[in-house]
Design a protein around this ligand. Structure first.
Ligand SMILES: NC(=O)N[C@@H](CC(=O)O)C(=O)O
Ligand SMILES: [Zn+2]
Ligand SMILES: [Zn+2]
Length: 439
């Protein structure tokens, strides 16, 4: 049992952003109030003596509902040299994430029930973050034949996604939305038209021309977002757009929402922090799909966040080995390792500077994703699971591979000092990270 005192609690679902005390017992939040006297805490917690209660002084710190990340690559089965479910879920809680959703682009692909159940079981066995999983939309991510959606839903998946590949056939996407609708689960769309994107390494721009790369045009994403919004309208299906990175995509989603369609969208925080102009040939950790956007697109992403067109942030945690990322830029795989650095990155770039409020941050990264995917998370209302993060806005740390839980270190922050980090993480009232160490 826990008693956290004098902490700045941020919980948009309860309309709270201010100093509170909070009591936790048997995995649940029991009481949230402005000041809890010792005898009352002992009574509510049913403690025989004060020594039984874990007391945390939250002075100068924030308490957040555990962050919810709907887009991570845990690489198991098949690519355990990059990450596995245990290491990924440890990285999650170290970074402040207590619920994560694994993508299906493993080997074999999570396109059948037995494998989905395996992923969920491995997540439980790891006993750190709550691990949810998406199943593929099409068998083997080949875009040709739908998976058994109802069977997978019964196996416990939370969404369907061919993430890593765009579904090239409009008819296949239409069918996917229609069938997924019967399960009540969203289709998570990775929007990428291969005829436009093929062979590119970074966003088509002055930089791509200067560096001598074939650029990936913004349209390779936007045309498919427009298509999928239209198909969501025709089918009445539930659509979630992954890693939105262009102005035209934001516009299409805004239009779809104005029509009342069942659409949500996420942005990868690195697309808010970096632009295509930051890319250098020597650092492949900036190579990500979709590629880092232009300044103009980045501004449109912000507009989308501020007016509610964009519902959430998601790391798209995409670990790759040092060997793979050591290849020449054009040949290195796409992806940025996110779980252990993303919150700090957003904090120091935006929240610390007053560009993004802490309340909006928690809406975007805890409340909204939990609501969309139907998970019990995103708030610390009494009676809800005590998935919580104690966050120290002043804590500094140099990002050192030796301290990282992820098996991969493909982040632009390597060797850089970050400011604003999670200090303690609880999942279901159990302390799983303390002082930057997973326990
Ligand atoms: N985002 C990436 O750059 N890479 C992801 C695939 C994806 O999310 O599309 C990966 O699996 O490595
Ligand atoms: Zn993707
Ligand atoms: Zn992804």
């Amino acid at each position: 049992m826990w008693w956290i005192k004098n902490v700045h609690l941020v919980d948009p679902a309860q309309g709270i952003s201010g100093i509170r005390d909070i009591l936790v017992k048997d995995g649940l939040v029991r009481e949230v109030s402005e000041d809890i006297p010792a005898n009352r805490a002992q009574e509510i917690l049913g403690a025989d003596s004060p020594e039984e209660i874990g007391l945390v002084d939250g002075q100068g710190k924030y308490l957040f509902p555990g962050l919810v990340d709907v887009h991570v690559h845990l690489r198991e089965p098949g690519f355990e040299d990059k990450e596995d479910i245990a290491s990924g879920s440890r990285a999650a809680v170290r970074g402040g994430f207590t619920s994560i959703m694994a993508m299906a682009n493993t080997s074999p692909v999570v396109d059948h029930r037995a494998l989905a159940e395996f992923v969920l079981r491995q997540g439980q066995r790891a006993g750190k973050a709550r691990v949810y999983t998406a199943a593929a939309v099409t068998k083997g991510l080949r875009g040709e034949e739908l998976v058994e959606m109802m069977d997978l839903k019964e196996g416990g998946v939370s969404a369907f996604s061919d993430d890593g590949k765009g579904i090239q056939s409009a008819e296949m996407m239409r069918l996917a939305l229609e069938y997924a609708k019967l399960t009540g689960l969203p289709v998570v769309a990775h929007c990428e038209d291969e005829s436009l994107a093929a062979g590119g390494a970074i966003r088509k721009s002055e930089t791509s021309a200067r560096l001598g790369f074939k650029g990936i045009p913004a349209g390779s994403e936007s045309v498919m977002v427009v298509r999928d919004v239209i198909l969501a309208g025709e089918t009445g299906g539930k659509l979630h757009i992954a890693h939105v990175s262009t102005k035209e995509s934001v516009e299409a989603i805004r239009t779809g929402k104005a029509r009342g369609l069942d659409i949500t969208a996420e942005v990868n925080p690195y697309h808010l922090i970096f632009t295509c102009e930051d890319v250098t040939l020597t650092d492949t950790s900036y190579k990500v799909n979709p590629p880092l956007p232009s300044k103009e697109d980045q501004e449109a992403l912000w507009q989308g966040i501020l007016d509610g067109t964009i519902d959430m942030l998601a790391t798209d945690h995409a670990p790759h080995t040092r060997e793979e990322k050591a290849r020449p830029f054009g040949e290195a795989p796409f992806g940025i390792n996110g779980l252990e650095t993303a919150l700090a990155a957003v904090w120091q770039a935006f929240v610390a500077k007053g560009i993004l409020s802490v309340e909006k941050l928690i809406e975007l990264w805890s409340l909204n994703p939990a609501r969309r995917f139907g998970w019990e998370a995103g708030t610390l209302k009494p009676g809800h699971p005590a998935d919580m993060v104690l966050f120290d806005p002043e804590r500094r740390e140099v990002i050192d591979p030796a301290g990282m839980e992820s098996r991969s270190v493909n982040t632009p922050y390597l060797g850089r000092e970050m400011r604003g980090l999670p200090e303690m993480t609880w999942v279901a009232g159990k302390l799983v990270m303390k002082d930057r160490r997973v326990i």
